[in-house]
Write a protein that binds this ligand. Structure first.
Ligand SMILES: C[S@@+](CC[C@H](N)C(=O)[O-])C[C@H]1O[C@@H](n2cnc3c(N)ncnc32)[C@H](O)[C@@H]1O
Length: 511
C-alpha cells in the first residue's frame, strides 16, 4: 500500500469500464421523465476516473470541457495516453488526491460533477472534502451524478466483506500483492463459513456469494472489497451528507430504476404513492427492492417543467435506434417482468427501423391519433433505458467532434488488435458516447477501416488471431482446428454485417 493512497488499493489497477450515465447528454430523458428542465452543460468534472475511459469518451464526443482526477498515477497515465489522441478539447487530467485537487484555485465552476464507484470506498474526511468541493464549485442549477453501495441491500453481505478485510489486516503477508491477498482471503473466508452453520442458516446468501466472488474479475474484487474504507449507506444518510452542498434528489440516472412497471406490484405502488415525503419514498423503495447500488442525479436547485414545456423539450430531441430490430427484447425484467405493448412499441420501432436519425417532433407527428403522446414519451424512455435507442447530438457538434472521435477510435482499435486487455470500445460522434464492442466486432471494424472487401475479413481476422496465438471460443470450448476457427469467425463476421454494420455507419463509427 502506498503512502499517498490513504488505505485505498494502489498496487492493482482498476478495470477498463465505460459508464454512459456519466455523460451529461444522457441525463436529458430521465430529467424530462421527472418533469425537470435539463440544464446546459459547459464544464464538467469527474472525481476518481479510474482508467479514464468515460472521461476521454465524453471529452472526445462533445464540446464540454472536462476536468478529472484519480490519485493512482498509472490510471492518470493511461487516461492521459487516451487524451493525447483527442487533440482539441482533451480533458484536463490530474493525479492529485481529492484533498489536493478539490483545493485547486485554477478550476472553473462546474455544471456537472460526477463520481462513480467512489463514495462508498473513501474516508469520512474525503467525503467532507468532496461535499465542500460540490458546495463551492457546482453552479446553481448544476447536477451531481453519484453512485454508491446502498443499504439495506449490502447488510446481508457485510459479514463477508468484514472477513476479507480482517484476513487481509491480520493474516496476509505484506510481500504479496493485493490480487494474491484477495484470493487467499476469499478461500479462507469460505473455510470459515463452512464452519459457521448457524450463521449460514440465518443468512443463506453468504456461501453462494463467496462462491460467486471467487469467479469475479480479481482487479474488481480488490477495489470493491479490500479497501480500508467501505461504507454502504441508506438513501437518507446520503441525503444528509449532501445537504451542506444544497443538493436535492432529482431522479435515478437509469430510467428503468424509476419505472415502477418492472419493479413494483400494484399494491407496492399504492403504498409508495401514499408516502408524502419524497425522500422517505426512496428509502421505502430501497427496502422493497433490497437495493444494493444506486446511481442518481442530484440537483443544486431545479426548474420544474409544465406539461407544455416538457412536450416542447421532447420535440427538440433527436434519436436513433442502435440495436437490430430483430434483437430488441419486447420485455423488461427487473424484479418483475413486463411485456412491452405491441400497439405502442411497434409503430415507434417501425419508424426507427431504418437506423437513421429521427426527430421526436417528426415521430410525434407520424403517430398522432395512433399512440397517446405520454405513452410515446414513456416508450421512448424505456427504449432509452434499455439502450435500444440513444439521443443524437446537433449536426454542428457531430461535425466538430468527428475528427477527434476518429483519432481516438483508431488508437483504441489498434489496442483491440493487440488484445491489450483494455476493453473494446469506440466513440460515436453522432450520439456523443462510447459503444462497447465484442473482440470480433472491433476486428470487423478494423477490417472495414483497412478497406478490405468483406470476403477478405475472415482471413484478416484469423491472421491477427494467429499472430497473437489466440483461438476462438465457441460455447465455452476453445476451438483448436484452423478450419473450425475460420468457420466461427466467418459466422460472427456475417452476423456483424447483417446486424451491426449499418448501425455503426449511422453512428459515424464506420465511414
Ligand atoms: C472503484 S474505482 C472507480 C473508478 C471509476 N470511477 C470507474 O467507475 O471505473 C475508484 C477510483 O478512485 C480512485 N481514488 C480513490 N480514492 C481517491 C482519492 N482520495 N483521490 C483520488 N482518487 C481516488 C482510485 O484510484 C480508483 O481509480
Amino acid at each position: 500500500m502506498s503512502a499517498w493512497s490513504e488505505g485505498y488499493t494502489s498496487d492493482v489497477t482498476y478495470t477498463y469500464g465505460y459508464y454512459n450515465e456519466l455523460n451529461p447528454i444522457n441525463l436529458t430523458i430521465p430529467f424530462l421523465m421527472a418533469g425537470l428542465a435539463p440544464p446546459k452543460i459547459e464544464n464538467a468534472c469527474e472525481l476518481g476516473f479510474g482508467q479514464g475511459i468515460s472521461l476521454n469518451m465524453h471529452s472526445a464526443t462533445s464540446n464540454i470541457k472536462w476536468y478529472g482526477t484519480d490519485f493512482n498515477p498509472s490510471h492518470a497515465f493511461f487516461a492521459q495516453s487516451l487524451a493525447n489522441q483527442i487533440g482539441s478539447n482533451k480533458p484536463v487530467i490530474s493525479d492529485q488526491g481529492f484533498n489536493e485537487f478539490c483545493m485547486r484555485d485554477d478550476l472553473p465552476e462546474f455544471d456537472f460533477i460526477c463520481l462513480h464507484g467512489i463514495w462508498s470506498w473513501i474516508s469520512d474526511e474525503n467525503r467532507h472534502i468532496i461535499v465542500d468541493f460540490i458546495r463551492r464549485k457546482l453552479k446553481f442549477g448544476g447536477i451531481l451524478y453519484i453512485s454508491y453501495n446502498t443499504l439495506p441491500g449490502w447488510m446481508t453481505l457485510s459479514p463477508v466483506r468484514h472477513l476479507l478485510v480482517e484476513h487481509k489486516r491480520l493474516m496476509s503477508s505484506s510481500e504479496h500483492d493485493s490480487l494474491v491477498t484477495a484470493r487467499a482471503a476469499l478461500d479462507y473466508s469460505k473455510n470459515i463459513l463452512e464452519m459457521s452453520p448457524i450463521l449460514c442458516q440465518v443468512n443463506p446468501t453468504l456461501m453462494p456469494s463467496v462462491t460467486q466472488l471467487l469467479e469475479q474479475n480479481s482487479n474488481y474484487l480488490v477495489h470493491e472489497y479490500l479497501n480500508q474504507d467501505w461504507h454502504p449507506m441508506f438513501f437518507a444518510q446520503l441525503e444528509k451528507w449532501l445537504e451542506p452542498a444544497k443538493l436535492s434528489y432529482a431522479c435515478s440516472a437509469k430510467y428503468l430504476d424509476d419505472f415502477s412497471g418492472c419493479l413494483f406490484t400494484t399494491e407496492q405502488v399504492e403504498f409508495i404513492n401514499q408516502i408524502q415525503n419524497k425522500s422517505f419514498a426512496q428509502t421505502v423503495k430501497d427496502y422493497m427492492l433490497n437495493k444494493q447500488f444506486r446511481c442518481d442525479y442530484w440537483v443544486k436547485g431545479s426548474l420544474a417543467l409544465s406539461q407544455t414545456e416538457m412536450i416542447e423539450q421532447w420535440k427538440k430531441l433527436r434519436i436513433i435506434l442502435v440495436v437490430a430490430r430483430s434483437d430488441i427484447v419486447k420485455t423488461i425484467s427487473n424484479t418483475l417482468t413486463t411485456n412491452l405493448l405491441d400497439e405502442i412499441f411497434d409503430p415507434i420501432l417501425d419508424i426507427l427501423s431504418d437506423y437513421q436519425i429521427h426527430s421526436v417532433a417528426d415521430l410525434l407527428e407520424s403517430l398522432e391519433n395512433k399512440v397517446e403522446i405520454n405513452a410515446i414519451f414513456t416508450a421512448l424512455a424505456i427504449l432509452f433505458g434499455k439502450k435500444d435507442i440513444r439521443l443524437v447530438q446537433d449536426d454542428d457538434i457531430i461535425a466538430q467532434v468527428k475528427p477527434r472521435c476518429n483519432a481516438l477510435n483508431r488508437y483504441l482499435l489498434d489496442k483491440a488488435k493487440n488484445f491489450g486487455g483494455t476493453g473494446e470500445i469506440v466513440a460515436s460522434p453522432v450520439t456523443g458516447e462510447g459503444f462497447l464492442l465484442t473482440e470480433l466486432e472491433a476486428l470487423c471494424i478494423l477490417a472495414n477501416q483497412s478497406k478490405l472487401a468483406q470476403d477478405k475479413w475472415t482471413d484478416f481476422i484469423w491472421d491477427i488471431f494467429k499472430a497473437k496465438n489466440r483461438l476462438m471460443i465457441k460455447d465455452g470450448e476453445t476451438l483448436t482446428e484452423e478450419k473450425e476457427n475460420l468457420a466461427e469467425i466467418e459466422k460472427k463476421k456475417n452476423l456483424f454485417i447483417e446486424k451491426r454494420l449499418k448501425i455503426f455507419q449511422s453512428l459515424g463509427i464506420i465511414d
